[in-house]
Write a protein that binds this ligand. Structure first.
Ligand code: EPS
Length: 386
């Protein structure tokens, strides 16, 4: 669903590290490891995370595609080393080892374990779970933050906040004068990334309760982008529609189980007259009296903020495991358990921001083109409508 950008990630959760390539960025974009590191650190935060985040201090080393602080127009390659690797050198060795390595044989309901071993014919679930780990999203955030930088340089910001953890809701609205970057800055100060203090305390309590009973919780977060011109995406073909492209990238995250664009499911119980955003004109440009469409009409950005809500399921690795069956002996046993997070909703909101950055940067390059940032900006100045 990306037309101008390509990205690939590689790496196992407890292997040596994670690799990523982002191809198609124009030349001349200022980018630094510190900028990428800032967003990687945001992904590591959040109340309810397990022991792994205490071990890792994710840092994206730029290996190629950048010279003297600016992109070359060539593929950008990034490496994130796994600090935990030193504890896994035998279990995750690339070469065969003489030691006996205990196999994981109890698939976790909700994880890729069972379908993964059936598909690839493995006798050890570790071969599946290492790649199908949320650790992979580290590289999505690293590469996505390069897209984010491109967007910022042309006045487009992407931010987020958590609105629900388990059954605790933060119903406070986002203040009108808060830009997405300011929204993220404020949310980042909360351990659960929500705006309302009372909801924050209740969310923390819910996570503590889940943890105490060996359980996990999911939640909902909102992702907002502003500064978009008219016409990213197109109504002319199914795979050019912006909401289809956003949904495809968002739903590529295993834990994301639902997406709402603008009014989403709520709109289905309202009248058309209550849902659609009336059009005005302020003498210079068209305006809207509301934004229930969430910034997308007919598969195109309509120059309003893009507003999305994503639902994340609870993490499937449970300290008090569900029933499973041993893949070798077929005995009924508890599912595999290992170190895990009881809640990763705050981290997931940063991953969703990054997925949106890929799509918006791609759609922007598709519409305005340019081999360099200077060309992209000139094309936008000449033709972008807001
Ligand atoms: C994660 C790293 C993983 C998990 C979590 C997210 O590290 P470890 O397996 O060493 O604890 O903490 O992933 C899962 C719970 C999962 O099921 O994939 C990370 O970097 O975000």
């Amino acid at each position: 669903m990306l037309t101008r950008l390509k990205f690939l990630t590689a790496g196992e959760s407890h292997g040596q590290g994670l690799l990523g390539i982002l191809d198609g960025m124009p030349a001349g974009l200022e980018i630094s490891e510190d900028y990428i590191g800032g967003h990687l650190a945001r992904r590591q935060m959040g109340y309810g995370r397990g022991g792994r985040m205490k071990i890792e201090k994710d840092f994206g080393e730029i290996w190629c595609g950048v010279r003297h602080g600016k992109t070359l127009g060539a593929p950008v390659g990034i490496l994130v080393q796994n600090k935990d690797w030193e504890n896994w050198t035998k279990k995750m060795s690339v070469s065969p080892v003489k030691d006996h390595i205990r196999k994981v044989t109890l698939p976790r309901p909700g994880h890729a374990d069972l379908a993964g071993i059936q598909k690839y014919g493995f006798d050890d679930i570790r071969n599946v779970l290492e790649r199908s780990s949320a650790r992979e999203t580290t590289m999505r955030v690293a590469l996505g933050s390069i897209c984010r930088k491109l967007l910022e340089d042309v006045g487009i910001e992407v931010g987020s906040r958590v609105v629900q953890i388990h059954d605790v809701k933060d119903e406070s609205p986002v203040p009108d004068d808060l830009t997405p970057n300011q929204l993220s800055k404020t949310s980042d100060e909360s351990p659960v990334r929500c705006l309302d203090n009372n909801s924050e305390a209740a969310m923390i309590q819910t996570i503590d309760n889940a943890k105490k009973s060996g359980d996990s919780v999911g939640g909902i977060f909102e992702v907002i982008a502003t500064g978009l011109p008219y016409g990213l995406g197109s109504y002319t073909q199914w795979d050019r529609k912006l909401h289809a492209r956003i949904s495809a990238l968002m739903m590529s995250v295993n834990a994301f189980k639902g997406i709402e664009i603008g009014g989403g499911f709520g709109g289905s119980e309202k009248f058309g007259s209550e849902v659609h955003d009336e059009i005005g004109h302020d003498g210079e440009k068209f305006t809207r009296y509301s934004n229930n469409a969430g910034g997308i009409e007919g598969g195109m950005s309509d120059a309003q903020p893009i507003v999305l809500r994503m639902a994340m399921k609870p993490i499937p690795t449970l300290i008090k495991p569900l029933r499973s069956v041993d893949i070798h002996t077929k005995e009924v046993k508890d599912a595999h358990k290992e170190r895990t997070d009881s809640c990763a909703v705050p981290a997931a909101s940063i991953i969703a921001e990054s997925m949106l950055c890929f799509v918006l940067a791609d759609a922007l390059l598709e519409k305005f083109g340019g081999d360099s940032m200077a060309q992209l900006k000139a094309h936008m100045e000449a033709t972008a409508k807001y």
